[in-house]
Design a protein around this ligand. Structure first.
Ligand SMILES: [Zn+2]
Length: 511
């Protein structure tokens, strides 16, 4: 059963590998050979070896003969790390090139050893010649593919185009593996070798060779989309235009892009997401800082209060110049300095039943950083009504709690635990509630983490779980929370309506 590792081992036996100093010697001796860069176009644009001819792997079968007409001339191929160039050498050998080598360790080792790097160049493909389908590969047209997708059959549409082509539009649900990486990545993306694969490229000229390589790697059912993506578009079929990260986004969020659970797609999700923070106080400030820094695209901030000197002990978005200003303005100013590219929406208002639904509508996640019962119930009820996850935090002296109330994700709502607020005489007095300044920093950043997990759909958010933090012991404990199957709000067929509970203390504290 040939898989990528077997093929690679065989290639290492059949293709000569040159070390960087050997290649440097050939360049110095002015040997007659063609040096080709088989990386993806976007990699070649960022820097290349001196004198290299750009020829990305995906274009070898269609363009090699134009660029390198003499098949008896020596060819040295390189990629980033020395694996893709071995596959490129195999492609060239199949096209009749008799003397092909690969640069061991590729561009990476070449530059690590201090050899010269030139500015990158761009690659432009020639006019493709019509290619015949290799034995075993079938072709289907756009109509047939659309019908297959509509019928819900188990097929994988494999898009092997360049990244910039895919960024401009793709078939919904297709998987993108650039041609250059196909053999290396296919087994992770599609482990079952009997899966029906439909390979597509831009115009139908490059998919046949890609399909043949998949057959050689033991995939048993491989077809190509005739005419490629262009034919799909020309037939008027639906095209998914993905949100594309700008160069500035890629630079700013570079540390997110190489986390597999985030990556460019996750970052794009964050930039398109809308999160509403209730309270620009002790909890809201750290949450907002990290969500803004992480690139949550729209950050709403709701608060009706102004900054007071006693807030500065914990509310880290505000400073001495903000005293007396509305908290939402002070917060927005600080956040815009941190990340000017995101959209900050301020709601300088008290939350009550008349405005809550209008404000919450359109947000993907609500973060509750308030510490008073009337607001807590309103937030819960509105989130239940609109199906918005509610990332809830609270703090008292040295103790904090975090949970995610999200009936849509299978967990309870706040009312499953506390159907009604306590009577005023039993409610804690807001005036006496003290809090150590660092504590909301800890709980607020945990809320930011839970928010990002919910936005990205990764990990295990605290749904149905309450995290209890004891700052004096430095202990974290997780308690299970249970859904009330009789809950008047999240289990009811009809929404019972909003309630404005009376305030329990004269100064309802946003912590
Ligand atoms: Zn409930």
């Amino acid at each position: 059963m040939p898989n990528h590792q077997d093929r690679l081992a065989a290639l290492r036996r059949s293709v000569e590998e040159l070390m960087p100093d050997e290649l440097q010697g050939m360049i110095e001796d002015e040997d007659d050979f063609a040096l080709i860069d088989v990386r993806e176009p976007e990699e070649i644009r960022q820097g290349a070896l001196p004198g290299a001819i750009p020829l990305p792997r995906g274009y070898i079968d269609t363009d090699a003969k134009n660029l390198l007409p003499d098949t008896s001339r020596k060819v040295v191929a390189y990629c980033a790390g020395g694996v893709r160039s071995l596959y490129a050498a195999e492609q060239l050998q199949a096209l009749g090139y008799s003397d092909v080598s690969s640069l061991a360790g590729g561009f990476g080792r070449w530059s690590d050893q201090g050899f010269e790097i030139n500015e990158g160049t761009s690659f432009s493909a020639g006019t493709p010649a019509s290619t015949e389908l290799p034995a075993g590969v079938t072709s289907i047209g756009p109509e047939e593919l659309a019908a297959k997708l509509d019928s819900g059959l188990q097929v994988v549409v494999l898009d092997v185009r360049d990244t910039d082509q895919v960024d401009a539009g793709r078939i919904a649900g297709s998987q993108h593996i650039a041609r250059g990486f196909l053999e290396l990545k296919i087994e992770t993306a599609v482990p079952a070798k009997a899966t029906e694969l439909i390979v597509l490229d831009q115009d139908g000229s490059r998919s046949a060779a890609a399909a043949a390589s998949l057959l050689a790697q033991d995939y048993s059912s491989v077809a190509v989309l005739s005419g490629g993506f262009a034919a799909w578009e020309a037939a008027g079929k639906a095209v998914d235009k993905p949100f594309v990260l700008s160069d500035a986004d890629r630079a700013r969020y570079a540390r997110h892009l190489n986390i597999p659970e985030v990556g460019p797609e996750g970052q794009a999700k964050m930039l398109q997401s809308k999160v509403l923070l209730i309270g620009a106080g002790g909890l809201g400030c750290p949450t907002a800082l990290y969500l803004a820094a992480a690139g949550i695209g729209t950050l709403g901030i709701l608060d009706f209060d102004v900054v007071d000197e006693s807030n500065l002990q914990r509310q880290v978005l505000h400073n001495i110049d903000s005293i007396g200003k509305p908290k939402v303005d002070s917060a927005a100013e600080a956040l815009r300095k941190l990340n000017p590219a995101i959209n900050i929406v301020t709601h300088n208002t008290r939350l009550d039943s008349t405005v809550v639904e209008d404000i919450f509508s359109g947000y993907d996640v609500v973060v509750d950083g308030t510490d008073n019962f009337p607001t807590r119930y309103l937030i819960n009820d509105c989130c239940v009504k609109l199906g918005i996850p509610n990332v809830h935090g609270s703090v008292y002296r040295f103790d904090g709690q975090v949970t995610v109330f999200a009936p849509t994700l299978g967990g309870p709502c706040y009312r499953c635990l506390y159907p009604e607020p306590p009577p005023p005489e039993l409610a804690p007095s807001c005036a006496e509630a003290g809090v150590l300044g660092v504590l909301p920093g800890i709980i607020g950043t945990l809320q930011a983490m839970e928010t990002i997990k919910v936005v990205l759909g990764i990990g295990e958010p605290l749904v149905g779980k309450l995290l209890v933090y004891d700052g004096l012991k430095c202990s974290f404990e997780i308690k299970k929370l249970f859904k009330d199957p009789e809950c008047d709000y999240c289990a009811a067929e009809e929404f019972p309506g909003f309630v404005d509970y009376e305030f329990f203390c004269s100064n309802p504290a946003v912590v």
